[in-house]
Design a protein around this ligand. Structure first.
Ligand SMILES: [Zn+2]
Length: 256
């Protein structure tokens, strides 16, 4: 029993470290800063974090969420990103047969967490993540499910559907309703997960987007314009599609 859970525990620990790196990506990439150097600093006093200040989750808890030097609060988003990445890594290892598919899904999970954070904070989905993501997704699908054909169709379908929606919205309202970042992101999701997952992702993210939108409206927090960016919903939709897409489709097909 204990031996059975070892791979998942190892994956979670690995996920904590990757999550720590994703925090750097989320904070620095949109600002055009180097991901490699300098080492992480306190945003308030410039204190340069040493290795023992940088242990995922533990350092934050030990320092009670404050900078060691100036005691300015450090955002709880940092440990949260680490914990979420760790949980997702453990889930991937538990639910995926070992091999190329596991590697492919760990990469996709990392990308989705990074894009979620970046879109939430900056309302952009950087080309430097989505475009290489499309290539990597198709390349890995040569060796693992969904297979390269399904992957190519997924990428084209993902881009095509959202491009058509963006084009239609622009023609109808004369303003941009959806960015090209969303188009490339769904293409990338299709490249990793195949065309069926594109449809599941789209349904789930539109549904959850509408749900949150209505919720925000009813709370009088402003109109749909202030709702969360669509890339965050694409991330959530893709994660659900990845983990439970197949049983979800089988369940839905039962109604037809
Ligand atoms: Zn400080």
């Amino acid at each position: 029993m204990i031996e059975d859970s070892l791979p998942a525990v190892a994956a979670a620990l690995f996920g904590l470290c990757i999550g720590s790196f994703l925090n750097v990506v989320i904070y620095r990439l949109p600002l055009g800063q180097s991901l490699a150097s300098p080492p992480s600093r306190c945003r308030n006093c410039g204190y340069s974090l040493r290795w023992f200040d940088n242990i995922p989750v533990l350092s934050w808890v030990w320092l009670r969420g404050r900078c060691r030097q100036c005691h300015t609060p450090v955002s709880w988003q940092y440990p949260l990103v680490e914990v979420i990445t760790a949980a997702l890594f453990a889930l991937v290892v538990l639910l995926t047969p070992p091999g190329v598919l596991t590697a492919s899904r760990l990469i996709l999970v990392s990308i989705l967490v990074a894009l979620f954070g970046i879109d939430l904070e900056h309302q952009i989905l950087p080309n430097s993540i989505t475009l290489p993501g499309i290539v990597v997704g198709i390349a890995l699908s040569v060796f693992a499910p969904p297979g390269w054909r399904d992957s190519l169709i997924g990428a084209v379908l993902g881009a095509g559907i959202l491009y058509a929606i963006a084009y239609g919205y622009f023609a109808w309202r004369g303003e941009e309703g959806m960015g090209m970042g969303d188009v490339k992101m769904l293409a990338m999701i299709g490249a990793f997960l195949g065309w069926k997952a594109v449809l599941v992702t789209l349904v789930l993210s539109s549904f959850s987007g509408a749900l949150i939108g209505v919720l925000l409206l009813s709370l009088q927090k402003g109109g749909m314009k202030y709702a969360l960016p669509f890339g965050t919903f694409l991330s959530i939709g893709a994660l659900i599609a990845m983990f439970v897409g197949e049983p979800l489709m089988a369940w839905y097909a039962g109604f037809l």
